[in-house]
Every structure is written in structure tokens, then in C-alpha cells.
Design a protein around this ligand. Structure first.
Ligand code: NAI
Length: 507
């Protein structure tokens, strides 16, 4: 393969100009084409402003900024792409239009010129099928904004020559991006792995477990994510993310793990699409997200006794260590005293299932989520059964908030909020690995860089304990009867064999 020095970018919209930017900054000559000449002119103007700003901030020399701009050349026609070693398309997301473009490009460029698509939802194999030389076609999926999102998915279509993907990966590194390699499957890696957070957050909301803001607060402050599902959906906006949810679900032939929610369908129809509309899961006043005030912690009742179920040894240890630290009036014994608050620490079960299995009084029972270490966590989740009485809810809330750490009180849910969302995220990533859509390392790399998760989902599963994640999923599946939670074979086998989720098959 020839060293790539001149690239064509077709489509001068948000993505095309971003790709042109990082390519020109890396010293490549860029030929920028768009059916709209104004789009090319406005892209060059936007690039000039970007580079001027970078130069003002001292991040780029003034001469380098000027040179970068000179390297981006407006192409008046597709035929101007003749000397390119690579053409990347970032045009409208329509298979027929992309196919026509690639067929036309084949008549212009040299035999060994690579044709790449920035599509996020179409099959690379399907785009390549219109080409005489489909082996030269691959996916090159950048994220928005291209210059800041330092990851790119390199997608091998069924007929893509491996050297084509290798060359794209090498070029990505030259442009300062991290390439990850993916098979041509719906959603590739990032949009596939991203199904977990959104669809499970929506299920939690649909079951009336907690409000949108409560779910987000738990995911941020208990599970350590930068954003919760509803903050994320408000940012991407439902006019973009609802169709993606439907499309990936359909492309996997109604795979329960990706099942979308009528919540977003209704909100989209009503125009409550997110931040850009001023109203989504949150309302925005002057661009500021409005968050409803939290219920303050009640006063601790006198003569309270607290009994923690020893059923789950780790949960018991975590709960009692915390309560002791908070100076809570703990009592011991194999069964609770008749006038004690009961705390259960289930994994993947709701309070109703846990107390009925353990023969405990539901009126006095609450659940405490102990999946994440309680020590140092910024938020705690307290769960009620439908029979839990308000005075016992308030007593538990008061005892658990004694040091001022906020407590979110949620309704009954198999797996609380964090357990079920996190287990779903890990499970989907495991299934991506099982299908060999990407290597385990690339899955984690793609998700940390593309979705901004604090750790990759496979490393997260290892850190929380693979056996525990499997237990959570099996219990949610049993309690709900929903295939959505069936554990991936990748996870099951690695638990059975004591392997890391990041470990591929040995042979
Ligand atoms: P955009 O709407 O901002 O820009 C598309 C540009 O392509 C427009 O300037 C339009 O005039 C031009 N165009 C349309 N048909 C053309 C044709 N046949 N030949 C030449 N130019 C043509 O779109 P955006 O957001 O830049 O997306 C472009 C592609 O990148 C799509 O395939 C999209 O799926 C993909 N993508 C978009 C992401 C995003 O967040 N916006 C993220 C990752 C991929």
C-alpha cells in the first residue's frame, strides 16, 4: 500500500470538516468535496477559525495554522479526487446515496485508492457491494466532535482486504487517534456497547423504580459514571438516539437486550427531545439543567434497632461496617427482633423476592445496594418493597444518611438501579467479545474513549467480580422472566473457568 499523503473527504458537514481538520493537522493534503459548494466554503472558514483559536491559545504555531489551512483544498468536482490514496465519505446517511458515490469514485481514483465510509449505522459490506473492487472499502467511523473524540472504529467489511484496515489504523495513529478494529455488525463497537446504559435506564424508569434525575444521580455518584442515561439522552437528543435504539434492535432481529422503550417514542413525538429543545428528561432554563430538589433525610427515631440479614455475607459485611461507622443501633441474631428495622442486601433480586424467600416482615424491610463499596461512595441506594411502611423507610433513610452522604430512596427493583444497569453494560460487552466483533482490549478501549466510561466494561466486570455480575443477571432474569438479562456465554464460561473477562480463548 502506498503511504497515504493526499486524502479526499466527501461531505463537508460536521464530520467531514472534523476529519479534514485532523488530517491537515497531521500534514496530509485534503481535497474537500460536497454537492453544496457553500458547505465546502463554510467548512474551510470554520477550520480557519478553529486553527486561529488554537494559534491564539499557543497550541499551534501561526505558520502551522496557515499551512494546515492551505493543505485543505476545495474540490469543485469528484474528479478532483483522482490523486488521492484514500477517500473518506461523510455524506448523508443513506445506503443508496453512499453506494452511488462509491461507484462514481471508482471511476475517478487509482486502483489502490482506499474508499472509506464514516457511516455509523449502515453495513460496510452493503456499501462495498456496489463497488467493482469491494476489497478496497472499509469503515472509518469517527465520533463527533472528531478532533476531541480520539478514537476511530476501523470496520472490516466481509470483502475488505485486511491491509486496507491496517492502513486506516496506521493513518489514525498518525492523526493522533486510537484505532479500534471491528467487524461489520450493527452498531460496530461503541454504538452497540452503548445500548446497555440507555435501554436499561429506560427500563428502570418504565418500572417506576426511580425518577430520571434519581437514576442519573445514582449512576454518577454511586457507580462513578460521568453522566447518567437521561443526561446522556438529553445531550444526544431523542431525534438522534431514539431511531438508533430502534435500528440496532431491529438489525439484531428483536434482540431483547437492545429493546427500546415507549418512553422515548412518546417524548420524541411530543418534541421533548433534549437539551437543544430546552426540554427533555430535564427542563433547561438559559441552558441550565433544572434538577428537582431531593427529599431531605428525616430525623433518626428514638429507640431504633437495626437488624441486617446475614444472607449475603459480603453485602452483610459492607452494610454492617457502614452502619457501625455511622453509629447506628445494630442488633445481631439469626432472626430480627420483632420491633427492628430489617435491611437486606440482595444482588439482582428486589426486596419483595428477598424478604419472601427469607421469611422476613416486608413492612419493616428495606434493601441496601452493596455492589459498590459503601465506604467513600458519594451516594447510597435504599430500596423499598410495596409493603414497606413509611416510618421504616424514614428510619432507614435517617440511619444511612447520618454522615450527610445523600441517600436515594427507590421503589422495588430487581438489582436496584446501579446493579442492573452496570450488569447490563458488562453483559452486552461480553456478548460483543463472544461474537468476536472486536478483541476484548479494543472493546474496552472503544468504550472508554468513545463513551467516556470510567473503565472499560470488561475491566469493570472483573473489578466488581465476575461471579457477582453473573449472580445479578441470573437473579434479574429469574425475577423478571425477561430474556434481556440472560447472561452472555462469554461471562458464564469465564466465571466457570476463573478467567478474566479480558481473556480471549487460549487456542
Ligand atoms: P451533515 O449533514 O452535517 O453533513 C453532510 C454533508 O454531506 C452535507 O454538507 C451535504 O451537503 C453533503 N452531501 C450529502 N450528499 C452528498 C453527496 N451525494 N455527495 C457529496 N456531498 C453530499 O452530516 P454529518 O453529521 O457530518 O454526518 C455525515 C456522516 O457521518 C453520516 O454518514 C453519519 O452517519 C456519519 N456520522 C455522524 C456522526 C455525528 O455525530 N454527526 C457521528 C459519526 C458518524
Amino acid at each position: 500500500m502506498k503511504e497515504i499523503q493526499t486524502i479526499g473527504v466527501v461531505g463537508a458537514g460536521a464530520m467531514g470538516r472534523g476529519i479534514a481538520q485532523i488530517a491537515a493537522q497531521a500534514g496530509l493534503r485534503v481535497r474537500l468535496y460536497d454537492t453544496s459548494a457553500e458547505a465546502v466554503a463554510s467548512a474551510r472558514e470554520a477550520l480557519r477559525q478553529t486553527w486561529d483559536k488554537l494559534a491564539q491559545k499557543g497550541k499551534l504555531g501561526a505558520a502551522d495554522a496557515q499551512a494546515a489551512l492551505e493543505r485543505v483544498v476545495a474540490a469543485g468536482a469528484l474528479s478532483d479526487m483522482a490523486d488521492c490514496q484514500l477517500v473518506v465519505e461523510a455524506i448523508v446517511e443513506r445506503l443508496d446515496v453512499k453506494r452511488d458515490l462509491f461507484a462514481a469514485l471508482e471511476g475517478v481514483v487509482a486502483e489502490d485508492c482506499i474508499l472509506a465510509s464514516n457511516t455509523s449505522s449502515l453495513s460496510i459490506t452493503a456499501i462495498a457491494a456496489a463497488c467493482k473492487r469491494p476489497q478496497r472499502v472499509a469503515g472509518y467511523h469517527f465520533f463527533n466532535p472528531v478532533a476531541l473524540m480520539k478514537v476511530v472504529e476501523v470496520i472490516d467489511g466481509l470483502r475488505s482486504a485486511p491491509e486496507v484496515g491496517d492502513a486506516l489504523a496506521e493513518l489514525a495513529r498518525r492523526m493522533g487517534h486510537t484505532p479500534v478494529r471491528a467487524k461489520d455488525m450493527p452498531g460496530f463497537i461503541v454504538n452497540h456497547a452503548g445500548r446497555g446504559m440507555n435501554t436499561e435506564g429506560l427500563r428502570v424508569a418504565q418500572e417506576a423504580v426511580a425518577s430520571f434525575a434519581q437514576v442519573d444521580a445514582i449512576m454518577r455518584e454511586q457507580a462513578g459514571f460521568r453522566m447518567g442515561p437521561f443526561e446522556l439522552l438529553d445531550l444526544t437528543a431523542l431525534d438522534v438516539s431514539h431511531p438508533v435504539m430502534e435500528s440496532i434492535y431491529r438489525q439484531f432481529y428483536d434482540e431483547a437486550r437492545f429493546r427500546p422503550s415507549p418512553i422515548t417514542a412518546v417524548r420524541l413525538a411530543g418534541g421533548l427531545i433534549g437539551r437543544k429543545a430546552g426540554e427533555g428528561f430535564y427542563t433547561y432554563v438559559d441552558g441550565q439543567k433544572q434538577v428537582p430538589a431531593e427529599t431531605p433525610a428525616p430525623a433518626l427515631p428514638q429507640n431504633l434497632k437495626i437488624w441486617v440479614s446475614p444472607k449475603h455475607p459480603e453485602g452483610y459485611a459492607r452494610a454492617t461496617a457502614l452502619l457501625e461507622k455511622l453509629g447506628a443501633p445494630l442488633i445481631s441474631g439469626s432472626t430480627p427482633a420483632a420491633d427492628a428495622l430489617i435491611i437486606v442486601t440482595p444482588y439482582g433480586e428486589d426486596v419483595s423476592t428477598a424478604v419472601s424467600a427469607q421469611g422476613l416482615d416486608p413492612a419493616r424491610s428495606v434493601g441496601l445496594d452493596t455492589l459498590y463499596a459503601l465506604d467513600g461512595a458519594k451516594r447510597r441506594s435504599l430500596m423499598l418493597s410495596p409493603a414497606t411502611q413509611p416510618q421504616w423507610r424514614d428510619a432507614a433513610h435517617a440511619a444511612l444518611a447520618a454522615d450527610g452522604v445523600p441517600v436515594t430512596v427507590i421503589q422495588d427493583s430487581p438489582g436496584f438501579v446501579a446493579q442492573r444497569i452496570v450488569a447490563t453494560i458488562v453483559n452486552i460487552a461480553c456478548d460483543i467479545a463472544q461474537q468476536q466483533i472486536a478483541t476484548p482490549e479494543d472493546i474496552d478501549r472503544a468504550v472508554t474513549l468513545g463513551l467516556g466510561y470510567p473503565t472499560g466494561p470488561l475491566a469493570l466486570g472483573d473489578a466488581l467480580g465476575t461471579t457477582r455480575i453473573l449472580e445479578v443477571l441470573k437473579n434479574i432474569e429469574r425475577v423478571t422472566g425477561d430474556q434481556r438479562y440472560r447472561p452472555s456465554l462469554w461471562l458464564q464460561r469465564r466465571v466457570q473457568l476463573g478467567m478474566s473477562l479480558l481473556e480471549p480463548a487460549a487456542a
